[in-house]
Design a binder for this molecule. Structure first.
Ligand code: NAD
Length: 518
């Protein structure tokens, strides 16, 4: 949380207690430029190191994180307001998993491959995956460690340098990430942090970075994409969501209810993939609603001392206002608050009570806009088809979940949901696992982070080919003649024929002609 910001420094406070926890200096445009230049120099050496030695350094990063895991969790809890358990399981665990995955798998994903040619037998081809150079990584405040480390590990293991612009709300976590990399032996200038708000993020993109990885809101994503478009550099977009949960009449109701409460209120609902809409079949709606309201009433909220709390603080005042505003708007337009519905006073920090709404209609902001807070509306539906239709009716496409005892039916419905991930009887954890790339459809973004796809997102494919025969002439070179035309014309007919026999015969027939230079 920022409570005091001048043009040249940002003071970070614990949003649960309001205590000052540190201060950083804002970077000016020339410092952003210098950081990119230094990163570029460092990248030349790093990019030319063997993949084996880069992986060995990432192994050290993993081990430093393991060694410092409790301290990292404590820091994250202090700077974000989330509970220490959420910091450990939601940030430290998947980040260590990501590093461990790359230590084990990066070689097989990134190694140079020979690509056998089907027709061009005189050539040997290789597919090399080469780094972009300097990657600008712009990150949000809700998972400031995991969402910075994830793309940074992908970028670094692939041979890039990184300049990170952490959220102005969680600047100290950016410095902590840099410190961990340095301690593990990542060269000093290879990973750098520049501090400030959107203006500094914009300066980073306008500078000479070669690729941008952005995680944040749709509205900022549009600005970032258009700046990257001006410079014609690639960009990965991890944006917001309005994720639906579909509870069918044959759902495992207790598991669904427990997951609904966790999925809507974990990290105070400040997860891009939080459950933000629940569509429940009318035949089980009363029972499901009763279960989730009861479970929500049992949640303990407040400052996390001695693991006595389930729901922590919201990270910043702006977000608290957005959430309170959406609930107020819904209430004024006729929604019912089943539980929660207000700012929790008296704690000295930024707390909003876990809230379940019913009677929500499309005219209410909470029905369509991302809430990014501990609020979930519940809608009754009369069929699975209606639930799917309503779930799809959104600009977003991050994740969705379907709850049913019938896996086949659920998988059939999953095919109709255009979201980057669809979970059956689960949510979120399966795609935080490192072997799966993360990313949304529609306005939730494009490109993938982490996993094999996240690593491939940080490289360009380069084709290197070697001529094997050193023939004086290739048949398609000069001079052009009518005979040459006729031979190519019949070649097309023969070698792409459906019949295997014809294809083989076509190739055999052509070889001597082409060896003679056609
Ligand atoms: P935000 O868009 O306000 O800010 C994100 C980052 O962009 C910050 O570092 C900010 O300083 C920077 N920024 C702001 N304006 C900029 C500009 N003009 N140019 C360059 N950088 C700029 O988002 P936030 O409030 O920090 O994060 C919350 C949003 O992030 C939510 O919408 C959430 O759903 C989304 N999010 C998505 C994912 C995902 O993986 N899809 C993960 C976490 C959060």
């Amino acid at each position: 949380m920022i409570t005091q910001s001048s043009s040249d420094s940002i003071v970070s406070r614990n949003p649960a207690t309001n205590e000052v926890i540190g201060e950083v200096v804002v970077s000016d445009e020339s410092q952003v430029h210098d950081a990119i230049e230094r990163a570029r120099v460092a990248q030349r050496e790093w990019g030319s190191c063997s993949l084996k030695s880069r992986i060995a350094t990432i192994r050290k990063v993993k081990n430093v994180m393991i060694e410092r895991r409790d301290e990292i969790a404590r820091h994250l809890s202090n700077e974000t307001g989330k509970t220490r358990l959420e910091a450990l399981t939601g940030e430290v665990f998947p980040t260590v998993d990501c590093a461990d995955y790359y230590v084990r798998k990066a070689r097989s994903i990134l190694e140079t491959r020979r690509v056998p040619h089907r027709l061009l037998k005189t050539t040997r081809s290789y597919r090399e995956l080469v780094p972009y150079g300097v990657v600008g990584i712009i990150t949000p405040w809700n998972y400031p460690f995991f969402l910075t480390m994830g793309p940074s590990l992908s970028a670094l293991v692939a041979g890039n340098a990184v300049v990170n612009k952490p959220s102005e709300h969680t600047p100290l976590t950016g410095d902590l990430v840099a410190e961990i990399f340095l301690q593990a032996g990542i060269p000093k200038d290879l990973f750098q942090v520049v501090h400030g708000d959107g203006a500094v993020g914009a300066a980073l993109i306008r500078g000479e970075v070669d690729k941008v990885s952005f995680t944040g809101s749709v509205s900022t994503g549009r600005k970032v994409a258009s700046m990257a478009g001006e410079r014609l550099i690639p960009v990965t977009m991890e944006l917001g969501g309005k994720d639906p949960m579909i509870v069918l009449k044959d759902a495992p109701l207790d598991r669904a209810a427990s997951c609904a409460v966790w999925g809507a209120f974990c990290n105070s609902g400040q997860i891009c993939a939080s459950i933000e809409r629940i569509y429940v079949h009318e035949s089980v709606a009363d029972s499901f609603l009763e279960k989730i309201v009861t479970k929500t009433r049992e949640l303990r909220q407040g400052v996390d001392s001695n693991f006595s709390v389930d729901v922590g603080a919201m990270q910043n005042e702006q977000q608290l206002k957005v959430v309170a505003g959406q609930v107020e708007d819904a209430r004024e337009k006729g929604a019912s608050v089943e539980v929660g519905g207000e700012v929790v006073e008296g704690e000295g920090g930024l707390f909003f009570a876990p809230t379940i709404l019913t009677g929500v209609t499309d005219s209410m902001a909470v029905a369509r806009e991302e809430t990014f807070g501990p609020v979930v509306p519940v809608f009754r539906v009369t069929s699975a088809e209606e639930a799917v239709r309503l779930a799809r009716d959104t600009e977003f496409g991050l994740t969705a979940s379907i709850w049913s005892e019938d896996d086949r039916k659920a998988r059939r419905l999953a095919r109709q949901l255009d979201f980057g991930a669809v979970y059956i009887n689960d949510m979120l954890a399966p795609s935080s696992a490192s072997e799966i790339g993360w990313g949304g459809f529609k306005n939730s973004g494009f490109g993938k982070s982490r996993g094999p796809e996240g690593l491939l997102d940080m490289v360009r494919t380069k084709h290197v080919s070697v001529d094997r025969l050193r023939m004086e002439q290739m048949p398609y070179w000069y001079p052009y003649t009518e005979t040459k035309y006729q031979r190519f014309s019949s070649l097309i007919k023969d070698v792409f024929a459906d019949s295997l026999l014809k294809r083989v015969w076509g190739i055999l027939k052509s070889v001597p002609l082409f060896l003679k230079g056609a």
